[in-house]
Unconditional design. Structure first.
Lengths: 485, 448
C-alpha cells in the first residue's frame, strides 16, 4: 500500500492533530523490505525477506513531544494513534521546563530515489547463494582455516513524510552490503580476518564489482598468518591507520561527541554525554592542524544522504573540526536553537516507522591530505599499520578510548615487515587526534557505512557513512590484548 | 497523582486469532514443513533528562514470520501486516525462497508438540499501565532529584507482548508476557549515580527506593574525585558490574564454537573455570527474573545447571549440534542466577566494611571483547567509582578502563554477598552477588 492511500492517511492524521490544537505534527509512513542471506561454515544458514510496514505520528503540544506508532495501516487506526500522540504530548507538557521551539525550515515538496544499476531484489537468489557458498568453500580450503562466514544484505525503504507545515517528501531508498570472514586456529588460540564491502546506497553492482574470490583467498591466508603471528610488545608506536579502521575511530571519538543532544544531556542515562560541550565550540583544540573532519550528508551513495532527514530538513555539508579546532555539531530542529543556531543541520533520523527521530551522527569524514600512503609509512621508524575493525570501547563522555583492529603489520624503517596479533591501542580523544601528523591524499579515500550505531532508549540503530584516507599518528600507547597471570 | 491519560491500545493478538492465522497458512502451504512465529508487542517508553520529559512514545508492532521447508531447503519471510492477503503473500514469498535455496545440511524440521512450564509471565497491572503510569513514575524520580537540586535522566517503560509459535508437526505455543523497566542516572556536576530495575510487574520497580539509591551515589561522588594510577586493585563489583562480565561469559557458551576450537571454553567442559564456591543456574521460574516458557524454536525452557562448584557443566547447544553429539538441546540461559556458598552478607556494605583498601565499582560501561581466545574484555567504570580504605568509602575516584578476563578474575574471589537483582543497559536481568576480587586489572584512567 502506498500512493494516494498514504496521502489520505497522512491528511487524516494531521487534520486530527491540528484539530487538537497542536503547534506541529508530522507523520512518517514506511514500507521497509529487507533481504538477508547468512552463510556459515560452507552452508547457507538462513535466507530471510522481511516486510515491515507502519506509521508514526509525532506531535508538539505546548512545547512538548508525543509520539505514537502502529503497524496497522488502516483508516480506523490512524486517528486513534493521532489522538494518542496528542494525549502523550499533553502528559509530557506537564513536566516540561524548556519548551521546544523548532528551528525554521523551508517547506519542501520533493521525491528522492536511490539511483541503482542493478536492483538487488531482482537478482536471482541462486546467483547470490552461489557467490556465498563459493566464497566460503574457497576460504575453508585454506589449511588452518576452520570456520567461514559470508553474507549479503539489502534494504529498500518506501517512505512518505508529511508535516503540518506543508512539507511533503516521498522517498524510495536502497542500501546494500556484503561481507565474508575466515577464522583460523593455532596452538590453542583462534583469530579471524574479514572482508566487508561498504554499506552504500547503490544496487547489486556493489557486490558484482567486489571480487569475493580474490578477497576470500586474501583473508583466508591472512587469518592463518595472523593467528600464527607474534603478539605485539607493549610500548609506544607510530600508527598508520587504514580508512576502514579510521571509520570506526572517527565514529566513536568524533561522531558521537559531536551530537548536540548528547552534549545537552539528553543521553545521560544511556549512551552518555559529550566532552565537546557548547562552550568549546570554535575555541577547543580537538586535534592537530592536519585534522579536518567534515559532515557531508549530500555525498551521493552514502547512508545519510537521503535528501532530507526525519524533520524534513534538507541534507547539508558543514565542518565539525577545522584545522584541529572543534567548530560544529550534528543537530536537529529541536536542539539547534538551544545553541543559537538558526537552522538545523538536518541530522534527525529514526530507524523505523515505530521509532521517534533523534540526532544521529552525520556522514563525518576525514579530509584528505597531501601524502601518499608510502610517504606516510616511509617516515615511520617503528610503527604498526592497522586495517579494519576489531575491539572498540569508549567512555560515556568520549574521552578514553581503546581500539583493536582486524589486521596488524609491524612497520620498521618505513616498510611493512610482518603481521602481529593482539594489538590494542588506547588514548584520550583530543590527545590522540593531536598526534595526527599526516593524512593520505584523495586517491586513497574510501567510504565505510554503519547500520548498527546504537543510541536512544528504546535503542535505535543509526545509519551513516565515514570516509577517510589513511592517516598517521605519532607515539601512541599500544598494549597487548591479553591479560597475564 | 494519576494523570488524565486513559487511552488504551487494541487488544493483543488472541490465541484464537493466532490459530486462525495458523490454519490459513497451513491450508495453503505447499512445503514439507511450515513454521510460524508471531510477536505482537504493545508498549512505550517515557524518557526524561535535565528534569523534564524529552521523549514519550508508545508503539504497537506485530510481526509474523513464516518458514517453509522443502526437504532441507528452507526460506523465511516476515510481515507486519496480519490481513489474510498479506499473510498469504508472505507464505508465497517463503515458499519461493525455499524452492531455490541450497540444501542446508543442518536443517531440522520444527519440533513437535511440547509441554511447557506455566510461568507467571503476564501481570495485569503491567498490561494496564500506559503512558499515565509511566509519567507518574517519571514525575516521582524527577521530583525527588529536584528536591535535592540534582539533575535526573532516565526512562520508565512498560510493555505487553504475545509470543506464539505453531508448526505442521503439531507444535503450538502461546504466551503473554509483560515487562516494566525503570532506569535513572542522577547527575551532580560531573558525578553520576545510577540505579535500574526490571520486572514482570510494574508494581515491583521500587522507583522511590531506587531513585534514593541513585541520588546517594551521585551525592557521594560529587566531591572532587581522586585520580588513582592504573594498576591491579582489590575491587568490589556491585551486582550490575558482575552481570556485565557474566553476560559475556554466557554469550560465549555456544557449543558449535566449542567443538570447532573457536571458543574461550574449548577444552574446558568438565573443568573448573571459576572459584569453586560459585555456581550458575538457569531459573526461568524465579519470580524476580524474566523467564519465559519456550524458546524461539518452541523448545521448553527448563531450569538447568551450567556451572557447578566452579566447574563448567553445560554449553548452549543448538538443535543440530545437540543431535550431532547425541545430547538434548539447551539453547537458552536467559534467567541466570550466580550464587556462592556461605556468602559474607546480603549487602554491598557488608563487603565494604571488611575491605582494607579497594575500589568500589557501581557499574561497567561499553564492555567489549578484546581477545576472544581467553575472553579478555575491556570497558569503563561508570556511575559511581569509589576508593575504600579501612572499611569505609573515603572518596570518589576518576573512572578506570579495565582490561581483564572474567575467566581469570572470577578465580580471585575473596568474598561475596547473596545474589541480588542486576539490570544493565546492555544486558538483560540476572541474579548475581556483589563480588570482592583481588588483582583486578585497570589499564588506564579517564578525565572524570
Amino acid at each position: 500500500m502506498s500512493g494516494p492511500l498514504w496521502d489520505e492517511m497522512a491528511e487524516l492524521a494531521l487534520n486530527r492533530a491540528r484539530a487538537a490544537g497542536v503547534e506541529y505534527a508530522d507523520i512518517r509512513l514506511l514500507d521497509t523490505t529487507t533481504h538477508t542471506i547468512n552463510g556459515e561454515d560452507r552452508r547457507i544458514a538462513s535466507i530471510r525477506d522481511t516486510s515491515d510496514r507502519g506509521f508514526g505520528i509525532r506531535v508538539l503540544h505546548r512545547g512538548a513531544w508525543g509520539f505514537a506508532a502502529s503497524s496497522i495501516l488502516s483508516f480506523e487506526e490512524v486517528p486513534r494513534v493521532a489522538d494518542l500522540a496528542v494525549e502523550i504530548a499533553k502528559g509530557s507538557a506537564s513536566l516540561a521546563i524548556d519548551k521546544v521551539h523548532l528551528a525554521p525550515e523551508p517547506v519542501h515538496r520533493d521525491r528522492i530515489v536511490t539511483a541503482c544499476r542493478l536492483d538487488p531484489f531482482a537478482v536471482p537468489l541462486e546467483e547470490q547463494t552461489s557467490l556465498l557458498l563459493n566464497t566460503m568453500d574457497l576460504i575453508q580450503r585454506h589449511a588452518g582455516v576452520v570456520r567461514s562466514h559470508a553474507s549479503l544484505w539489502a534494504q529498500r525503504d518506501h517512505k512518505l513524510f508529511v508535516s503540518t507545515e506543508g512539507s511533503h517528501l516521498e522517498f524510495s531508498l536502497l542500501a546494500m552490503q556484503g561481507d565474508c570472514s575466515a577464522t583460523a586456529v593455532h596452538d590453542g588460540r583462534f583469530a579471524s580476518r574479514s572482508f566487508n564491502t561498504p554499506h552504500l546506497r547503490i544496487g547489486y553492482e556493489l557486490i558484482r564489482e567486489a571480487d569475493f574470490t580474490r578477497e576470500g583467498a586474501r583473508i583466508a591466508a591472512q587469518a592463518v598468518e595472523k593467528v600464527r603471528a607474534p603478539a605485539v610488545e607493549a610500548g609506544r608506536y607510530d600508527l598508520v591507520l587504514d580508512p576502514e579502521h579510521l571509520s570506526l575511530t572517527m565514529h566513536e571519538s568524533c561522531g558521537h561527541p559531536s551530537e548536540l543532544d548528547r552534549a545537552l544531556g539528553y543521553e545521560a542515562n544511556y549512551a552518555g554525554t559529550s566532552f565537546l560541550t557548547p562552550d568549546k565550540r570554535g575555541v577547543y583544540r580537538y586535534g592537530s592542524s592536519h585534522v579536518n573532519l567534515v559532515a557531508d550528508n549530500t555525498e551521493p551513495d552514502t547512508l545519510a544522504a537521503t535528501g532530507y532527514d526525519d524533520d524534513g530538513v534538507s541534507c547539508q555539508q558543514w565542518d565539525i573540526v577545522r584545522e584541529g579546532i572543534f567548530v560544529g555539531y550534528c543537530t536537529n530542529r529541536e536542539v539547534a536553537p538551544r545553541i543559537n543556531e538558526e537552522r538545523s543541520r538536518g541530522s534527525n533520523r529514526a530507524d523505523s516507522w515505530g521509532s521517534v527521530p533523534m540526532v544521529r551522527i552525520a556522514n563525518i569524514g576525514l579530509e584528505p591530505g597531501p601524502s601518499t600512503v608510502d610517504e606516510l609509512l616511509a617516515d615511520v621508524k617503528r610503527g604498526i599499520y592497522i586495517e579494519g575493525h576489531g575491539s572498540y570501547s569508549i567512555d560515556q563522555q568520549r574521552y578514553n578510548f581503546q581500539f583493536g583492529g582486524d589486521a596488524f603489520w609491524l612497520v620498521e624503517n618505513g616498510r611493512r615487515t610482518r603481521m602481529l596479533r593482539d594489538v590494542i591501542y588506547h588514548g584520550i580523544t583530543p590527545e590522540f587526534w593531536g598526534r595526527c601528523d599526516g593524512v593520505a591524499d584523495r586517491t586513497h579515500r574510501r567510504r565505510y557505512g554503519f547500520i548498527t550505531c546504537g543510541k536512544g532508549q528504546p535503542g535505535q540503530a543509526g545509519w551513516m557513512t565515514h570516509a577517510a584516507s589513511h592517516a598517521r599518528f605519532r607515539r601512541v600507547d599500544v598494549i597487548t590484548g591479553q591479560v597475564k597471570g | 497523582m494519576t494523570s488524565a491519560i486513559t487511552t488504551t491500545w487494541p487488544r493483543l493478538t488472541s490465541r484464537q486469532e493466532f490459530d486462525f492465522l495458523t490454519d490459513l497458512v497451513m491450508e495453503h502451504s505447499a512445503g514439507d514443513h511450515t513454521f510460524l512465529s508471531l510477536r505482537d508487542v504493545h508498549g512505550g517508553t517515557t524518557r526524561f533528562a535535565n528534569n523534564q520529559i524529552i521523549q514519550n512514545v508508545h508503539q504497537r508492532r506485530g510481526t509474523l514470520a513464516i518458514t517453509v521447508a522443502f526437504g532441507r531447503r528452507h526460506g523465511t519471510a516476515t510481515t507486519s501486516d496480519f490481513t489474510a492477503g498479506a499473510v498469504r503473500d508472505t507464505l508465497t514469498q517463503a515458499e519461493a525462497i525455499a524452492r531455490v535455496s541450497p540444501e542446508d545440511p543442518e536443517y531440522l524440521p520444527p519440533v513437535e508438540t511440547q509441554s511447557y512450564l506455566l510461568l507467571p509471565t503476564f501481570r495485569p497491572e503491567t498490561s494496564a499501565a500506559g503512558p499515565a503510569r509511566r509519567l507518574d513514575y517519571a514525575r516521582e524520580a524527577i521530583g525527588q532529584c529536584k528536591m535535592e537540586n540534582l539533575n535526573a535522566a532516565g526512562t520508565v517503560a512498560s510493555s505487553v507482548a504475545v509470543a506464539a509459535l505453531a508448526a505442521d508437526t503439531g507444535l503450538s505455543a502461546y504466551e503473554e508476557r509483560t515487562e516494566g523497566r525503570f532506569s535513572l542516572t542522577v547527575q551532580a556536576g560531573e558525578a553520576t549515580g545510577w540505579s535500574a530495575a526490571a520486572h514482570r510487574s510494574i508494581d515491583h520497580l521500587h522507583v522511590q527506593e531506587r531513585t534514593l539509591a541513585a541520588i546517594n551515589k551521585a551525592k557521594r561522588g560529587a566531591d572532587d574525585p581522586q585520580e588513582l594510577p592504573p594498576g591491579r586493585y582489590t575491587v568490589i563489583l556491585e551486582p550490575a558490574a558482575v552481570a556485565g562480565l557474566l553476560s559475556w561469559m554466557i554469550w560465549m557458551l555456544d557449543a558449535k564454537s566449542f567443538y570447532k576450537g573457536t571458543s574461550p571454553f574449548s577444552g574446558k567442559l568438565g573443568m573448573r573455570i571459576l572459584d569453586r564456591r560459585l555456581s550458575l543456574l538457569n531459573q526461568p521460574d524465579h519470580a524476580d527474573l524474566l523467564g519465559h516458557g519456550f524458546t524461539s524454536e518452541g523448545l521448553p525452557v527448563i531450569g538447568s545447571n551450567w556451572i557447578e562448584a566452579g566447574v563448567l557443566t553445560q554449553l548452549l547447544h543448538d538443535r543440530y549440534t545437540a543431535q550431532d553429539h547425541h545430547i538434548d538441546p539447551l539453547t537458552t540461559l536467559e534467567s541466570p542466577c550466580l550464587s556462592g556458598e556461605r556468602p559474607l552478607g546480603t549487602r554491598v556494605d557488608d563487603l565494604v566494611r571488611t575491605t582494607q583498601r579497594g575500589i568500589l565499582v557501581t557499574n561497567f560501561w561499553y564492555i567489549r571483547p578484546v581477545n576472544p581466545s581467553d575472553l579478555t574484555l575491556t570497558g569503563m567504570t561508570r556511575d559511581g567509582t569509589f576508593l575504600i580504605e579501612n572499611g569505609e568509602i573515603v572518596s570518589a575516584v576518576r573512572n578506570f578502563r579495565f582490561h581483564e578476563s572474567p575467566l581469570r578474575v572470577f578465580n580471585h574471589v575473596d568474598a561475596y554477598t547473596t545474589p541480588a537483582e542486576a539490570v544493565t543497559s546492555e544486558t538483560g536481568k540476572a541474579l548475581v552477588p556483589a563480588l570482592r576480587l583481588h588483582d583486578f586489572n585497570f589499564s588506564s584512567v579517564t578525565h572524570f
